[in-house]
Structures are given as structure tokens and as C-alpha cells.
Design a protein around this ligand. Sequence first.
Ligand code: CMC
Length: 430
Amino acid sequence: MAKDTLTVTDNRTGKTYELPIADGCIRSMDLRQIKTGGDDFGLMAYDPAFLNTANCKSAITFIDGDKGILEYRGYPIEQLAEKSTYLEVAYLTMNGELPTKSQLEDFVHKVTHHTFIHENVKSFMDGFRYDSHPMSILASTVAALSGFYPDAKHVKDRATRRQQMIRLIAKMPTIAAFSFRHSQGLPYVYPDNELSYCGNFLAMIRRMTESKYKVNPVLERALDILFILHADHEQNCSTTATRVVGSSEVDPYSAVAAGITALYGPLHGGANEAVLRMLREIGSVKAVPEFIKRVRGGEGAKLMGFGHRVYKSYDPRAKVIKRTADEVFEVTGKNPLLEIALELERIALADDYFVQRKLYPNVDFYSGLIYEAMGFPVDMFPVLFAIPRTVGWVSQWEEMITDPEQKISRPRQVFTGAKKRDYVTIDRRG
Ligand code: CMC
């Protein structure tokens, strides 16, 4: 008769064990009972980079990587991108349900009225060299916020938690825009509470001498869609970093700063920046076949913006972004690198190397082209990923903090170092 268990025979001892299966998982701790003798620690699971380990139960984001499905709280990403707004999606991500009209108004009001940062935060940002990467400024400044909000350490208190979550969502565009202005040597522009979340961000980036910045509605909506697409992506590298650091019960600013630094890497949120640099290096449509040959030849070249740990089909976010790109280019004019990107995609999708490995464009392949057309320098691309991902980080962080099964993260290791030996004084070392 079918049973939700796994029977394991340890061939070292001949003993058989029956392990329960729930949600398609066995519990690694159930392996610990499998021992060769009294002084054996017990069996562990070895899984570098967590290729096949579920680290949590989560109700926030669902991905089916084979079918190219992404849902936040059950709602398909395509529908949210078409019909919703970033702040509505943020509410949904944090609370599990779409807001009523008054709930949304209240949420938008709260976010809008927490966009200012303490003047000392501004002075802190001034300390960075003019050529600092805005992502370094962002990560350090968010970590510094824990010094401004010492009450944030009361992570078990829901009201305190929620206040920091709102603050983080609200202040991230301000810090991001200030980090951009600082790197450009431009004066900071304070938030304008009459503008939308994305409109205000664009104004803080762009405004010069005009008293009121006129936001282009197409670009404002395009950025809002991009923010929706980036809001959460379950247990990726930066979210895992946020959860792991947060599991020590440190304040959420410190935990989210860890998320930002994880996102900075070129294999994660830094990929959109790497895509643009790659497209520039390729330089022309004519040079695409040669570049693909280098990638296939394993000469260290990677097709940035392609491949994903979870998606083994077209990333659904990339599909929406491709459509959004056309709308943006109608306003800004076509990004000349688009032709190279389209040719790369065309050749790669028909090439054995990519087909066999199921490598498709991911979210970062086209997003950089839009950001560049909007006038953002490449350094700002990962920052543009970090702003909307903040809601994912704080929602996942809160889910972790309130999950009774969670504890401080502390994996095991397989020790491969030297066996115990005696210290040798320096004069006797050969
Ligand atoms: N170009 C060329 N070959 C690739 C690529 C690529 N972009 N991605 C994977 N491969 C190859 C890889 O060399 C390996 O080949 P082989 O089996 O011969 O050794 C095979 O495909 C499997 O790749 P993997 O490295 O084992 O896959 P992974 O799950 O560890 O890595 C990834 C996923 C996203 C880090 C990787 O695909 C990659 O480096 N892509 C480029 C960077 C990128 O676009 N990152 C953005 C990810 S999406 C946004 C986000 O979540 O941050």
C-alpha cells in the first residue's frame, strides 16, 4: 500500500529506517538517527549551494521553473504587471491578500510619509568618495539605519517590525536616489509627497532647477512594472542572505543590508549591469556569432542575462520586460544595443549548447536596456533591482521571524582539514 514514507537501508550496518515524507521532503534531521555505532554523529545531507535543500516553508512566492510560472500570493505575475501597481503588490506581498481601497490608501499614505531620511544619514552618505559604486553606498547606508532606529531590534514585536518594514520600503528610493546624485556630484533632491512611488523616485533622480519635476507617465508606469516584476523571487541568494542574517534576531536594517550586498554580485542582481557591459563589448550584431562561439568554447565567457537556477524555460519576467521595453523605446528612442541583444537571443535559443542546458533569457537580459534608455548609468542597475526587492526581503524576513520552526541558521560542514597535530615553534619550521 502507498505510504508517505521513505525506507532507507544503511548498507554499512544492514539496518532499515522509515522516514516520513511531507510536502515532498524528508527532514534532514531524520537522517541523524542513521549511525554506524554509538560514537557516530549520524548521517547528514551534503548540499553545497543548497541545490536540493528547502530551508523554510514560505507562503509568499510560487515558482514553477519548468513551466515558467511565477506567482505572488497566488496571483500570476503577468496579471499583476498588467493590472496592479508596485505599492499594491508590496501590500499583497507583506500581507497575503490584495488590499481594499481604504487599506491601500492607508498603506500608500504610510509609505509616502516615511520617505525622508534623517539629515545625518545624508552627511553619512557624503563621506563616500565621488566614484563609489551606488550599490556600496546603498548597502552601507541601509546598515547605518539600524543606528538611527535602535527600537528596530525588538524583532518579536509586530508593531515595531511593521514600522521598520514601512520605513525600509519608503526610504529605499530616497537612499538610492541620493547615492546616484552623490556619485554624479549633484545636489540631493528631497522626496515629493505628491508624486507616486516611482514618480517621486524619478524626480529625485532627475530634478534640477525646476520647482516641480514633470514625470513622463509612460516611463513612470514602465518603472512601476519593472518594480512589480522584481518584488520577490522566493529563496534566491539575497533573500536567503537576509533570512540567514535575520535569523540571529538582528534588526531588519542589518539583515536587509546583507541582502543588498548579496544582490550586488554579478551572478545575482549585478547581472543586469554585466549584460550591458557585455553588449557594449560585443559591439555589433556582426560580432554576435563569434561571442557565442567563445561562450560555447568554455573560454570563461558567459552569456550574462541567460540561465537561472530555477527557471529551465523562459523567465516569465523577461517576457513582460520585453513588451515594456517597446513602450519605453517609443518615448526614449530605441537603445542601439537592443539589436545585439535580440540577435544574441535568436542565436542562443537555437544553439545546442543553450538548448541542452535549458538556458533562456532571465529578468536581467532586457531590464538593463530599459534602464539605460531611461538615462540610468549601468552602476545604478543593481540599485534599481534592490529598491523593489526590499518588500520581498522584509516580507520573507518577517515570515522567518514568526515561523516557530525557524532557529538561528547554522549549517553543518564536512571537515576536510588537517588532523590534530602539535604546535611547532617558528625556529623549528622548515
Ligand atoms: N552562459 C553560458 N553558460 C551558462 C550560463 C550562461 N549564462 N549559465 C549557465 N551556463 C552553463 C554552465 O556553465 C553549466 O554548464 P556545464 O553543465 O557544461 O558545466 C550549465 O550551464 C549549468 O549552469 P550552472 O552554473 O550549474 O547553473 P547555476 O544554477 O549554478 O547558475 C546562474 C545559475 C544564474 C548563476 C547562471 O546561469 C549564470 O551565471 N548566469 C549568468 C548570470 C545571470 O544572468 N544572473 C542573473 C540570474 S536571474 C536574476 C537574479 O535572480 O539575480
